[in-house]
Design a protein around this ligand. Structure first.
Ligand SMILES: [Zn+2]
Ligand SMILES: [Zn+2]
Length: 383
């Protein structure tokens, strides 16, 4: 074709990656060469000048250049191209394009699938797809987290329709081959474009690309093959779980599509704080109140742990804030053997509302500490 369009870079005589300056320079050189003032009544120079102007107009515009680089002439603003009078192969350019908006629309009409049809963005409707994960939350007590427990959960999830077995067709019938696409899921479309007549394939609208139509839909799922159901289930929460952790039960989420795997059921566990015990990792922390006398003389005391009360001998002279460790009596390690430790911190309680007699005895006791001077005695008391 005599007037088939030349590549814009070729027209200006520059490389594809040419900088703006290089473009400008090339353009000026071309203008000097073909300017009509220099070539009066020269049709060829006039045409060349037109071609150069058009090329520069596109390449000097960042957006137009990007579209041209990606899509060629089809990527450029059609009104511009039509106005330039450039003869596109196939003809009828301006008329065909008048109804189109942006480049996305153009490709939609060219190839039937939108831009996503290229990069694989549009999923094949018959491809297996994994079901969605289903999430829920449970709250358990501190002790249940230590010991493990069973919890009843209730979640909505999508299951394969039990009535039609997932086909979507009323029982006794089955899906039929789509008459529009004869089961291929694709139909051929012939399209006139500025680049000529295109025959492209499009997803069949009648069957949505599945190649099958359901004449007599299942009443339970309205032909969807999947149905929303309530799942009630007792889930066992393992010992050692901590606040904010989640359990994932594989395959218990929404059912997959086209033979894809089911999603998972994810249970987030929140643990109510306990009034006696605190937890850090698998270690337990608690406080034990003892009397002033027990602290001074020592005693065997009962210490509450997550296994119940255990006996512990505190030595004479134990101070307020002293702590001891019950090894291996903390929280069982999640999914492992062994347990953390239990740290117990001693709180010495000071007697209140003493009777006169008690107060006198205490003073007598204080006086008995006569090997010390006043200030050190007081300071040792108040520590
Ligand atoms: Zn059904
Ligand atoms: Zn079809």
């Amino acid at each position: 074709m005599a007037d088939s369009k030349r590549d814009y870079y070729e027209v200006l005589g520059v490389q594809k990656g040419a900088s703006d300056d290089e473009l400008k320079k090339a353009y000026r050189a071309m203008v000097k060469k073909y300017h009509p003032d220099l070539h009066p009544d020269d049709k060829e120079a006039e045409a060349k000048m037109k071609e150069v102007n058009e090329a520069y107009d596109v390449l000097s515009d960042k957006d137009k250049r990007a579209r041209y680089d990606q899509f060629g002439f089809a990527g450029i603003d059609p009104s511009y191209a039509a106005g330039s009078g450039g003869g596109y192969p196939g003809g009828g350019f301006s008329g065909d394009f008048s109804g189109f908006g942006d480049i996305g629309d153009i490709f939609e009409s060219f190839f039937g699938g939108g831009m996503g049809g290229f990069g694989g963005g549009r999923a094949n409707p018959n491809a297996p797809r994994k079901g969605q994960d289903v999430k829920t939350q449970v709250q358990i007590t501190f002790m249940q987290a230590c010991k493990g427990t069973g919890v009843d959960i209730r979640v909505n999830r999508i299951e394969k329709c039990p009535q039609c077995g997932g086909t979507g067709a009323r029982s006794g019938s089955s899906p039929e081959t789509c008459p529009d696409c004869r089961g291929s899921g694709q139909v051929k479309v012939t399209q006139r474009t500025p680049l000529g007549m295109f025959q492209t394939t499009k997803t069949c609208e009648r069957c949505g690309g599945t190649g099958r139509v359901i004449k007599d839909p299942c009443t339970a799922c309205q032909g969807q093959g999947r149905i929303r159901k309530v799942l009630q289930k007792n889930v066992s929460i393992p010992q050692g779980i901590d606040d904010g952790q989640s359990l994932r039960i594989t395959g218990e989420g929404d059912c997959g599509v086209n033979g894809g795997a089911n999603g998972d059921l994810i249970i987030r566990v929140s643990v109510k704080p306990d009034e006696n015990f605190e937890r850090e990792g698998f270690d337990v922390y608690s406080e034990i109140p003892i009397s002033y006398m027990q602290a001074a003389l020592g005693d065997e005391i009962n210490v509450p742990t997550i296994d119940g009360s255990v006996k512990y001998k505190i030595p004479a002279g134990t101070q307020n804030g002293d702590s001891f460790v019950l090894r291996g009596q903390g929280v069982p390690r999640l999914y492992r053997t062994g347990r953390g430790d239990h740290h117990v911190s001693v709180r010495v309680t000071v007697p209140r509302n003493l009777t006169k007699k008690q107060a006198d005895l205490l003073r007598a006791f204080d006086d008995s500490l006569n090997d010390r001077n006043d200030s050190s005695r007081k300071s040792s008391w108040f520590k």
